[in-house]
Design a protein around this ligand. Structure first.
Ligand SMILES: Cc1cc2nc3c(=O)[nH]c(=O)nc-3n(C[C@H](O)[C@H](O)[C@H](O)COP(=O)(O)OP(=O)(O)OC[C@H]3O[C@@H](n4cnc5c(N)ncnc54)[C@H](O)[C@@H]3O)c2cc1C
Length: 396
């Protein structure tokens, strides 16, 4: 059992190549992009050139054939520069395309995944609706069968990448009378449909990551666009949520690491009362708290990812250890990330409140990790449900 976070040589190379790209290509643009709330249009093509778009997908689809630990490492490394753009990458590559990879037919996968890997296609995943957030099963988007196609009506909100997506994966009720067992998953290419529109949602944090309200107004989809089988949407959705929660921890972890590194540097450089502020015990205490918080978050996230990689069948949901570990990892990373970013701003004083200092962006972005991918309250509900089940063994 190795618990010391030593990366294998290939993982070190992966981290180094993503970091080299993020610090040289992304970082210099970030302040302006954040100000304008604009995603760099060639983001996914850049990642395609780096070979990290389909990190967990099989090589026959253009992927790297690696796992969720490697995916987490890539998201963490991007998030050292931008948690928001790391989330955008995760929403496309994990929420949308990885979910698609795990559930679509071979033909569907061959049609879509190579273009997801090259960066030609950007994806989004639509679960949340204006009146169904935490209660996702209360969705009302309806897919009505009509001959050999479906008619879709309804809407999805807060959808990351909605305004820029080429491919949409979403859930709709196919048999509303069956409740959660009457949900199906679908996908479509935005260029191929009529009756679909997107409105951009404006946010105070996570700027640069485009968020949209998707509206389906009598949108027609051929029945081939069903994924994972008729009324099989719940399994697709719950299994996807675990890998989503685990890998999105990287978006918080990278920002935590950046907050710590920037704060150490600033504490050494900034002098007050004739001394570096790092000589004051109040500042030292914050740095120590940030370090221990980051290391603990890292353990929660990477151990969950490693556990997930070890499972042949990554089934999630009620009665699985994976559900508890995934919810626990994101719960911890989210709440710790918010505290670490707050400490980083405090160490930077007034400068930390100015947009030219990256800690200000981390501070704005981190709050999302208490909300997105199931709120902190919902994660606690999942963890407690699993702790209280009959065969739970503490220490797992
Ligand atoms: C920037 C951003 C990006 C997002 N990206 C996506 C995306 O790509 N795809 C997607 O489908 N969704 C996305 N979401 C949606 C996100 O997953 C939801 O916002 C989240 O699940 C909460 O739903 P809600 O906002 O409707 O809040 P609600 O469910 O209305 O919750 C409001 C409050 O009530 C609490 N609450 C609700 N039920 C309970 C309960 N049973 N017990 C205790 N407390 C409860 C919640 O924890 C919360 O504090 C995104 C959201 C944001 C802000």
């Amino acid at each position: 059992m190795s618990l010391c976070f030593d990366l294998a040589p290939e993982q070190k190379m992966l981290e180094d190549s993503v970091w080299k790209w993020a610090s040289a290509w992304l970082e210099p643009q970030m302040e302006k992009l954040y100000e304008e709330d604009r995603m760099p249009p060639d983001l996914f093509k850049e990642l395609g050139k780096l070979g990290v778009n389909g990190i967990a997908y099989e090589e026959k689809y253009g992927g790297a054939g690696l796992g969720y630990v490697d995916t987490l490492l890539v998201y963490e490394t991007i998030a050292r520069v931008s948690s928001a753009l790391s989330m955008t990458v995760g929403a496309s590559q994990t929420l949308c395309f990885d979910n698609f990879r795990r559930n679509a037919s071979e033909q569907q996968k061959m049609d879509i995944l190579p273009k997801a890997c090259s960066g030609e296609y950007i994806g989004c995943l639509g679960i949340t609706e204006p009146n169904a957030g935490s209660d996702a099963m209360g969705m009302t988007t309806r897919a009505t069968k009509s001959g050999d196609h479906y008619i879709i009506n309804g809407s999805k909100t807060f959808i990351t990448n909605g305004p820029v997506a080429d491919v949409v994966v979403f859930y709709a009720k196919t048999n509303p009378e069956l409740g959660p067992h009457g949900i199906s998953a679908f996908y479509f290419l935005t260029k191929d449909v009529k009756g679909f529109s997107v409105d951009k949602i404006h946010k105070w944090g996570m700027r640069t990551s485009p968020t949209g309200l998707l509206t389906f107004d009598n949108m027609e989809l051929p029945e081939e666009n069903l994924i994972g089988g008729y009324n099989q949407g719940v399994a697709v959705l719950t299994n996807g949520l675990c890998t989503e929660r685990i890998t999105l921890c990287g978006c918080s972890l990278g920002a935590q690491r950046s907050c710590l590194e920037l704060s150490i540097k600033y504490a050494k450089e900034r002098t007050q009362f004739g001394k570096p502020i790092g000589s004051f015990q109040f500042i030292q205490g914050k740095l120590a708290d940030m370090y221990t918080g980051y290391m603990a978050s890292k353990w929660m996230a990477y151990s969950a990812a490693s556990y997930c990689d070890s499972l042949e069948n990554k089934t999630c949901g009620k009665g699985t250890d994976l559900d508890r570990k995934a919810a626990g990892a994101l719960l911890f990373c989210g709440e710790m990330g918010t505290r670490i970013a707050e400490n980083a701003v405090q160490i930077h004083g007034g400068y930390g409140y100015c947009s030219e200092y990256p800690v200000s962006r981390h501070y704005l972005d981190q709050k999302l990790w208490d909300i997105g991918a199931g709120t902190a309250e919902i994660r606690r509900i999942i963890i407690a449900r699993e702790l209280l089940r009959d065969n739970f063994q503490s220490g797992q």
